[in-house]
Design a binder for this molecule. Structure first.
Ligand code: NAP
Ligand code: ZN
Ligand code: ZN
Length: 339
């Protein structure tokens, strides 16, 4: 077996380059994965630009990872060599902080973060914590499963934990990597589904993904349209613009929720009136646990939810990343290795 593997690393902020590295051995509680596919998530920006808190370079980005286990460290219980597994962003809780001790491991204060505190999936090989793995069902190809482990779990979990009921009016703002999965999950969970995008170009795609209604913010005030429909019980905000999020609060029904999953660089401006008069709320939601990941994959198989992907060889990561940044990906760039 080769003693080295290819990885794409950030060694100086802003650049991705292909490097050859020595194959590492998994430590106790870890596994070594032969990566088959890794999605390019917009959050990877924080690794590529070197701005993720606590990040040190060089670092291999990537947290939508699917591959096969090729070596087990000691105490890597439950998993087997050859098994196909996935890893997401929050890839190992410390087990000792207060949220962990209360069972809220996704909000661990000192987590292993793929592509940030540890090398991620833009590579042929990745070391992962065994406790962070989810198993991948045979019905999904590795390239299909990968985006479900961040873009998918984030939108699926946010929607299923929002206290919604079948038939509720639910809007998904942003038709990108997260948004195009959020639309499918909202539709398949039985909600009256509205997609909010910019421009007519994505309207047909959004409808094909399951949106009953498409609102083009270039033509219409999304909050006003939602109010005319009775107000949304929830709006899942997936975009990268804070400016576009705050105004949506007035499109919520009484007691409706703006669920923030996008992480814009700019501030979210809020008006207190619709929050107070009508008891509306706004809160954030962060990916999910490994078991939430398995639930996301299982629901996707059950209801035939699949990401729309463009696959590219690992070596072309820099080009694929640029395409995502330009908003040209339809809707997820996925790096694949020769496995
Ligand atoms: N909470 C979590 O756990 C979590 C997990 C993964 C990602 N994220 C974050 O979620 C965000 C989206 O990630 P992604 O991978 O889906 O990104 P992406 O595929 O690059 O899509 C970008 C999205 O942002 C929207 N957008 C861009 N500029 C906009 C503007 N000026 N006004 C309104 N919308 C705008 C686009 O909407 P259009 O359809 O209108 O073009 C598109 O839906 C990122 O901030 C990422 O860091 C959070
Ligand atoms: Zn992500
Ligand atoms: Zn913790």
């Amino acid at each position: 077996m080769a003693k080295t593997y290819k990885a794409v690393e950030v060694s100086t902020p802003g650049s991705l380059r292909v490097v050859e590295r020595a194959i590492p051995e998994p430590r106790p509680g870890q596994v070594r994965i032969r990566v088959e596919a890794c999605g390019i998530c917009h959050t990877d920006v924080a690794t590529v630009t070197g701005t993720y808190p606590g990040l040190s370079l060089p670092r291999v980005p990537g947290h939508e990872v699917v591959g096969r286990i090729e070596a087990l460290g000691s105490a890597a219980f439950r998993w087997k060599v050859g098994q196909r597994v996935g890893v997401g962003l929050i890839a190992g809780e410390d087990g000792v902080c207060e949220p962990c001790r209360r069972g809220d491991i996704v909000n661990c204060q000192n987590p292993v973060v793929s592509g940030v505190t540890t090398d991620g999936g833009y590579a042929e090989v990745m070391i992962a914590e065994a406790r962070a793995l989810c198993s991948v069902p045979d019905e999904l190809t590795s390239a299909e499963a990968a985006p479900l482990l961040c873009a998918g779990i984030t939108t699926y979990n946010a929607l299923r934990n929002a206290g919604l009921r079948g038939g509720d009016l639910v809007a998904v703002q942003g038709v990108g990597g997260l948004g195009h999965l959020g639309i499918q999950f909202a539709r398949q969970m039985g909600f009256r589904t509205v997609a909010i995008g910019r421009g007519r170009e994505k309207e047909k795609l959004a409808r094909d993904l399951g949106a009953h209604i498409y609102i083009d913010t270039a033509d219409d005030d999304a909050a006003a349209v939602l109010q005319r429909m009775g107000g949304a019980r929830a709006i899942l905000a997936t975009g990268t613009s804070g400016n576009a999020m705050g105004t949506l609060v007035s499109g919520l029904a009484v007691r409706g929720k703006l669920i923030v999953v996008g992480v814009p660089q700019d501030q979210i401006q809020l008006n207190a009136f619709p929050l107070v008069f009508g008891g509306r709320s706004i809160y954030g939601s962060l990916t999910g646990t490994p078991l939430d990941g398995e639930d996301t994959l299982a629901f996707s198989v059950l209801q035939n939810v699949r990401p729309m992907i463009e696959t590219v060889p690992l070596e072309q990561a820099a080009d694929a990343y640029a395409r995502m940044m330009q908003g040209k990906a339809r809707f997820r760039m996925v790096l694949i290795t020769g496995q």
